[in-house]
Design a binder for this molecule. Structure first.
Ligand code: FE
Ligand code: FE
Ligand code: ZN
Length: 266
């Protein structure tokens, strides 16, 4: 509830939050009366969809079984909780294969999602496009599509989408600053725009294909302001929810929301 009021106060109509400490651990018990108050407030104020972000330590592709067990239990617990906030989406980093190879890693992720989807959750689960740092899976659109296909082969009813992180795809080698149309077309060809449900809107501290994943304030990084003007106005993107993950305090976010709204032509 407090998060919704904060979002509104800085001019946002969507927001992302961590389901628990981003470095892992237990989530606070759900306060159901607060959840009910949030749902009513969000409906009244037109807030949403909200995006829940899994902890960074959630790695379904880990080599150590106990890490995979933590990933599965955490995602299941998060999705159980999200049943109380209809319309929310859940975003997670597909994982890092830590030397086992991308093929094995993608199999592990799909297997976990398949086991989770033996329960008919209503929340849409988004795989985030990654920068390809270390052994990250989801470093290109083909890996995202592969995890989706392998999951659907196990659990045809799994509700899966994709969250495109502008910093990550840039760091991953997709030139959204100079070839946005081609990148969007490539996404459509490989994954399908129907699966694209959210944008993480971040500039990057690093040049194209750096595989680093260091977010920068909008317009102050290597992607640049003109690229964000094209991104927020692109016909395939402009109606999606945009979530900022830039290095800012609240007043910085308020300014960036204003900036992005100004770039978006009516
Ligand atoms: Fe993320
Ligand atoms: Fe992100
Ligand atoms: Zn990132």
């Amino acid at each position: 509830m407090a998060m919704a009021k904060t979002a509104l106060s800085i001019g946002a109509n969507v927001f992302q939050f961590f389901t628990r400490n981003p470095r892992g651990g237990d989530a606070k018990p759900l306060d159901l009366s607060d959840v009910a108050a949030f749902n009513a407030f969000a409906a009244k104020e037109g807030i949403g969809p909200i995006l829940a972000h899994a902890p960074y330590t959630l790695n379904a592709a880990a080599a150590r079984p106990e890490v995979r067990v933590f990933a599965e239990n955490t995602m299941r617990d998060d999705l159980d909780r999200l049943e109380h906030t209809p319309g929310a989406m859940y975003n997670f980093h597909p994982g890092s294969h830590v030397g086992q190879g991308a093929e094995a890693g993608m199999d592990l992720i799909a297997a976990m999602l398949g086991r989770i989807w033996t329960k008919p959750y209503s929340t849409l689960v988004l795989l985030e496009t990654m920068a390809g740092k270390g052994s990250e899976i989801g470093r290109d659109f083909t890996e995202i599509r592969t995890v989706i296909d392998r999951t659907l082969a196990i659990a045809p009813d799994a509700k899966l989408g994709v969250c495109l992180d502008t910093c990550h795809v840039w760091d991953g080698g997709y030139d959204i600053a100079n070839r946005l149309d081609e990148v969007v077309e490539e996404f459509d060809r490989i994954v399908g725009l129907g699966r694209l449900k959210a944008i993480h809107v971040n500039d990057s501290m690093n040049p194209l294909a750096a595989h680093k994943d260091r977010h920068e304030k909008i317009g102050q990084g290597h992607i640049g302001l003109e690229a964000f003007r094209r991104i927020v106005n692109h016909p395939a993107l402009k109606d999606l929810p945009f979530y900022l993950e830039t290095p800012n305090e609240l007043d910085g976010y308020a300014a960036e929301i204003k900036l992005l709204k100004g770039l978006a032509q009516c």
